[in-house]
Design a protein around this ligand. Structure first.
Ligand SMILES: Nc1ncnc2c1ncn2[C@@H]1O[C@H](COP(=O)(O)OP(=O)(O)OP(=O)(O)O)[C@@H](O)[C@H]1O
Length: 340
């Protein structure tokens, strides 16, 4: 869905990628990426390994040059203004490097010095940040003794010391236990809200992205194949012309199977087959892939066939379905559309 990605219109654009492309020899890592992210947004770049997430981030930071296309971060061009971008954008790679034999506060002070922040200012900022990320008890402990989760939290403090406008986090929750993940995600989302920081979060954990992101971009094989909030991603699935109706009934009979299979607008019927009918009042479920919402028509057919309707609803897509559809199905055409 290249070219169809638009940011919430009220927000000032802070990241703008236009037809951004990166080729390595014959391999296209990022292919014509169009994406705009607004100030204060928490955006999730969701994709499997090798999708091109890290390459995109590196191009945004000016750490690798695009083959074609352009990027603007805080109005700056990463190819020519990488240093200015570095001052305004905080980047936390998936494996944050610290001096293990130094304390948490020493590490932060070192980053502050590298960013030319006056010591008096950075000292109080470092204390404040360590408290913010919940490391106030271990300010003077050597980082070598820290768990993965503690290192990631220190990584966030480290990124924030220069008061960035944009924070880019590459797989921030990698290797952290579920409780730590929850805390880290809450922290990221609080920060964005309180300080109006734009967050770009790369991940292949759909549930985590769903928890805190305003919008999600699905990145597969170098292309952004869908983008939006969860609701609009679900609509994009429906837009492809099909609606899934799920139902449960008792007293299945041949007539009912025939009625549902040949109901006008039903593209595919997945449910009990004629040779499986055992009679009696056994309850069984079925799924109808329809060209429009046929819930009420299907309900009527069930009742007219003499069966008993227990439940019927139009399936609401969640991020799980979207993920399976796009990532595990591999492409958008994976849905079975034949009557069976
Ligand atoms: N320096 C490089 N030289 C050649 N190919 C590369 C290079 N860097 C990345 N690639 C290829 O580009 C594609 C995208 O890689 P990238 O690391 O951007 O994906 P990713 O979505 O970040 O994956 P992961 O989650 O595994 O880090 C991959 O096929 C990768 O092998």
């Amino acid at each position: 869905m290249q070219g169809a990605v638009s940011v919430t219109e009220q927000l000032e654009p802070i990241i703008e990628l236009k037809r951004l492309t990166k080729r390595y020899d014959t391999q296209v890592a990022v292919n014509g990426l169009n994406l705009t992210i607004g100030r204060g947004e928490v955006f999730g770049l969701l994709g499997p390994n090798g999708a091109g997430k890290t390459t995109t981030i590196l191009m945004m930071l000016g750490l690798t040059e695009p083959t074609s296309g352009s990027a603007r971060i805080c109005g700056l061009d990463p190819v020519r203004q990488a240093l200015q971008i570095k001052r305004r954008v905080g980047y936390m790679p998936d494996d944050v490097g610290f001096y293990d034999d130094r304390t948490a506060i020493d590490n932060l002070m070192l980053t502050a010095r590298l960013n030319r922040i006056p010591t008096a200012e950075s000292w109080s900022r470092a204390q404040e940040l360590l408290e913010l990320v919940g490391l106030q008890e271990v300010v003077n402990k050597k980082v070598g003794t820290f768990s993965r989760g503690m290192r990631q939290r220190l990584g966030i403090a480290d990124v924030l010391i220069k008061r960035p406008e944009v924070v880019i986090l590459d797989e921030p929750t990698l290797g952290i236990d579920p409780e730590g993940v929850r805390e880290l995600l809450n922290l990221i989302s609080d920060l964005s809200r309180k300080e109006n920081i734009t967050v770009l979060l790369s991940s292949h954990h759909l549930h985590q992205v769903q928890q805190i992101c305003d919008r999600v971009g699905l990145f597969v094989r170098g292309e952004l194949i869908a983008c939006g909030d969860i609701e609009s991603l679900a609509e994009q699935l429906d837009d492809e012309g099909t609606v899934t109706v799920e139902l449960e009934a008792e007293g299945w009979n041949e007539d009912l199977i025939h009625r549902l299979t040949y109901l006008s607008g039903v593209i595919a019927y997945h449910g009990p087959q004629r040779n499986e009918l055992v009679g009696g009042s056994t309850s069984a479920s079925a799924t109808l892939i329809c060209s429009r919402d046929l819930s009420s028509e299907a309900a009527l057919e069930i009742i007219q066939s003499g069966a008993r309707l227990n439940a019927i609803s139009r399936k609401q897509y969640g991020l799980d379905d979207i993920y399976h559809r796009y990532f595990e199905g591999g492409d958008r055409g994976g849905r079975n559309s034949s009557k069976s």
